[in-house]
Design a protein around this ligand. Structure first.
Ligand SMILES: [Zn+2]
Length: 204
């Protein structure tokens, strides 16, 4: 205990950030305090600004400060394929690979019964509406959906749920492959990854 309520409050708020433990939170709080008013004002302004200016894109639920996000607005991207991701940060990862030139849809989480997160807490209804609008002709038709979710229990649960919901919707549905990372030695691959890599083998 620091016995200084204002400092304790800052440490408490910082320790709620992902990946920040109590020790790191304390170090950051001391750094902020030592940096003086100027830095605190700028940090405070940045926090207020990000909340007031950034919002969900109404079509794909990526973050944007405009009416629609850059990926929805880009006329050079294909409307035919839609990539489903868990969080907006996943889009950056896929974009930097340069492997996808379609549109996105952000779920803002995955189904996790343990954490009380069900389909209604995610942007799944909005995804199905998008697909239906394409089939009805009020929006561009989606011909392919690629599920780029994590290869864990929650990711698998979400993929199974979506596959069921999208059944019979006249589109190609796939999930990204999981397997042996490029440049790695197969001696060091764990059993589950090896199992998935065998299942996802490609014909030569
Ligand atoms: Zn968008």
């Amino acid at each position: 205990m620091l016995n200084i309520p204002a400092l304790e409050k800052l440490v408490h708020e910082l320790s709620r950030l992902p990946g920040i433990g109590p020790k790191t939170a304390q170090r950051l709080a001391y750094f902020i305090l030592k940096s003086g008013n100027d830095y605190s004002d700028r940090l405070g302004l940045a926090l207020t600004q990000v909340q007031s200016e950034v919002h969900d894109c109404p079509r794909c639920f990526n973050y944007t400060d405009s009416d629609f996000c850059r990926y929805c607005m880009d006329p050079n991207r294909s409307d035919d394929s839609l990539c489903i991701v868990e969080e907006p940060s996943d889009i950056m990862r896929i974009e930097s690979s340069g492997a996808f030139r379609g549109r996105y849809h952000v779920l803002h989480g995955v189904i996790s019964p343990l954490e009380g997160i069900g389909p209604k807490n995610l942007k799944i209804r909005e995804l199905l509406d998008r697909v239906d609008a394409g089939l009805e002709g009020t929006e561009p038709e989606i011909k392919e959906i690629i599920l780029a979710l994590d290869a864990d229990l929650e990711g698998d649960t979400t993929i199974l749920y979506l596959a069921k919901q999208l059944q019979g919707k006249r589109l190609k549905l796939s999930r990204i492959a999981h397997g042996v990372p490029i440049g790695s030695d197969i001696d060091f691959i764990d059993d589950r990854t090896m199992n998935r890599a065998m299942q996802n083998r490609v014909e030569l």
